[in-house]
Design a protein around this ligand. Structure first.
Ligand code: SAH
Ligand code: SF4
Ligand code: F3S
Length: 436
């Protein structure tokens, strides 16, 4: 009995798929197989933008023939799209061959649902919210030497464009002790990079422990490892957090701080609860306190009523905030969100032209910053071997990917590399021997 998991969306989903794999293994599935040979195929879906949904629809639809040939194969659909209002019914109507639908709040129930499927024709199980922050699902981790760890679930921010609060429920923080126990075990097991996950890590709270306090305790765990976290909402990004980042060498000096827009009017319509000026002040505080630190961001173009001038404010923000890279998106209306009802939706051609200009601006920054690495020595955490390039690869603390040749397998090790050449976010170089 083998499984195949198809994952869409963010790191949260990537980690959730590790939990799904863990649950399946506990339920008796022995390992992964290509989709054609799998006994169960699980789609872990995303609905953040329309194209994420279209992707999933396309790939689920493509299984129709395979399912006809292999009647015993189970097809399960979970994740954010499955949780979205009305989507389960639509999925079943479009793809009657789906066997199981589960949501974001009951991933741990999957083995039970598989069991129910033996007796029932179709199993649909969706909960309104999660009652527990510990569901007992043991992840089968596939991202060594990095480990993803949830600190919060859900989101309370209701940015007007965003569907996440509707499909992930209200924000809930895990107990600090549970998080720290998990982390100690991971470090003990040899993981070298911990990434703390939450839609807005800055609003973490367990009694007296807020996010800076949690991060301080995380980075105080003994051992050589790196700490990263995402995502940090600018409205809650504080001087205390900067102080903790500054205090610990283990915490990477790379901050992902999604700005979304450079226009205060658009930010207000987005319900982001900060202005351009406030954003820039926080960015400046961060860079002033931690020399050499870098910022990355998420930016949306074509939000309802965005004018050309307001879009240009986003362009100039890229310069002013000095982002080292950015994820850029065309606004995609999501049913049920406030922005989808707003007047002044922007035509697609306009948004496409805007994003092309924005990408060019961002790439320019990335290129310039990467060039600055040439000749420098960086510390890379080796994470894989690229067969095509014939080179090992790994990230430096500020998120760039370093490629280098090595005689011995160094996956999971920190190595020092001298940068010879830069290409986009990739740096190419040669290893420096530890004892030289
Ligand atoms: N919780 C995180 C990110 C969640 S979604 C945060 O607050 O930053 C990741 C990114 O997708 C967002 O930062 C936003 O830039 C983008 N996004 C979310 N909804 C979108 C929509 N309807 N259209 C286009 N981009 C969207
Ligand atoms: Fe969406 Fe805003 Fe929550 Fe991020 S903070 S998940 S963008 S509602
Ligand atoms: Fe993530 Fe997509 Fe859900 S971005 S939280 S998987 S809607």
């Amino acid at each position: 009995m083998k499984y195949h998991i198809v994952t869409y969306g963010c790191q949260m989903n990537v980690h959730e798929s590790e939990k799904i794999a863990g649950l399946l293994r506990e339920a008796g599935y022995e390992g992964e197989a290509p989709i054609e040979q799998a006994d169960i195929v699980v789609f872990n879906t995303c609905c953040i933008r329309e194209n994420a949904e279209n992707h999933a629809f396309g790939n689920i639809g493509a299984l129709k023939k395979l399912k006809r040939q292999r009647k015993g194969m189970i097809i399960a659909v979970g994740g954010c799209m499955a949780q979205e209002e009305g989507k389960a019914a639509l999925l079943i109507k479009k793809f009657p061959f789906i066997d199981i639908i589960f949501g974001t709040h009951n991933v741990a129930e999957l083995p039970l649902l598989i069991d129910r499927k033996k007796r029932e024709k179709k199993v649909v199980s969706l909960l309104d919210d999660r009652s527990e922050t510990e569901d007992g699902a043991q992840p089968f981790r596939t991202s060594y030497p990095n480990a993803w760890v949830n600190i919060t679930y859900g989101c309370n921010n209701f940015c007007t464009y965003c569907i996440v609060p509707y499909v992930r429920g209200r924000e809930k923080s895990r107990k600090a002790e549970r998080i720290l126990d998990e982390l100690r075990a991971l470090v003990e097991a040899g993981y070298k990079e911990i990434t703390l996950l939450g839609q807005n890590v800055n609003s973490y709270r367990d009694g007296e422990t807020d996010f800076p306090a949690l991060l301080d305790r995380v980075a105080s765990i003994d051992g050589k490892f790196r700490v990263r976290f995402m995502t940090s909402h600018p409205k809650d990004f504080s001087a205390e957090l900067v102080a903790v980042m500054k205090k610990h060498e283990k915490i990477c000096n790379l901050l992902h701080l999604p700005a979304q827009s450079g226009s205060s009017r658009i930010l207000s319509l987005m319900n982001r609860r900060y202005t351009r000026e406030e954003y820039l002040e926080k960015a400046a505080l961060f860079k002033r306190e931690i020399p050499g630190a870098e910022l990355t961001t998420d930016l949306i173009v074509g939000f309802p009523t965005e004018t050309e001038e307001e879009f240009e404010e986003t362009l100039s923000l890229v310069e002013e905030a000095d982002f080292s890279s950015a994820f850029t998106f065309i606004y995609s209306p999501r049913t049920g969100t406030k922005a989808a009802e707003m007047e002044g939706q922007i035509p697609e051609e306009v948004s496409k032209a805007r994003i092309a200009r924005l990408i060019e601006q961002v790439n320019e920054n990335t290129r310039r910053k990467s060039e600055g690495y040439v000749g420098k020595t960086i510390e890379v955490l080796c994470e894989d071997f690229d067969e095509k390039k014939g080179l090992y690869l790994g990230r430096e603390p500020l998120g760039r990917m370093g490629y280098f040749a090595s005689e011995k397998n160094c996956v999971g090790e920190f190595v020092r590399m001298k940068v010879m050449r830069a290409n986009g976010v990739s740096l190419y170089g040669k290893l420096i021997e530890e004892n030289s």
